[in-house]
Write a protein that binds this ligand. Sequence first.
Ligand code: URA
Length: 271
Amino acid sequence: MLTSLRAWKETLDELGVMGIVPEPPTKISPTAPTSLNVPFPIPQTANAPDSRTRLMPRTKETHVWEAPSDPVKNPPLQAVENCDTLDALHSCICQCEACPLGADRIKFVFGEGSPTARMMFVGEGPGRDEDIQGRPFVGRAGALLDKMIASIEMRRDEVYIANVVKCRPPDNRTPTPVESQTCLRYLKRQIELIQPTVLVGLGATPLRELIGIAAGITKIRGSWHIVSVAGREIPFMPTLHPAYVLRQYTKEVRKAVWEDLLAAKKKIESE
Ligand code: URA
């Protein structure tokens, strides 16, 4: 009996199937975040009660992600706040791996434009082209953003362009709230250093992360909001993301974006 049980287990092992004997739970470090206080939801597969009693295909090792403690890979807030130029901020944060997006990037996309821009655009996060070039909005959406800027008689080099997250999310998915919030301290310092008169949010992600509004961007666009950065209140105009405009390339959609940008331009002219 014992022999046949052993043979059966060996067969299952060869087939890559876990036995009915409970597998030890995956070790989670005591410093790993909990679902309440952080970052990255820990995959539960290895610890789920039924996974230990059911026959399961052997899957890849559960990877538990932990924020690095190295100050180069996870710059402390104080170091970020001590940066008093955009160049210093760039050097301080460009090796960041404070969230899982950092490890998979090709290039860190800091942002670019005039360091004294009165209008600052905030997008969602780098896509493929941006990840390759290390510059924001250089793909198809970027070409449209350039046209949007030109439509209000401004130039790309007189505004500033950044994103909520500085590393490309896999498959261009929306950054998670935790990824966004981890990166937001960098964007906020950037805003503080640039001191723009207006912020223009492109799409739902900057609206959600900077204003805290999760409602649909198509409903909220075109109405002024306020972002508070280091005690300064900055008018924020949410508009549609250029990638959305490319998908819905109608006269109405383009007119809506143009009106939002015109309102932002009027605001800087009236200040
Ligand atoms: N989409 C964004 O939100 N940002 C970029 O930089 C490019 C595409």
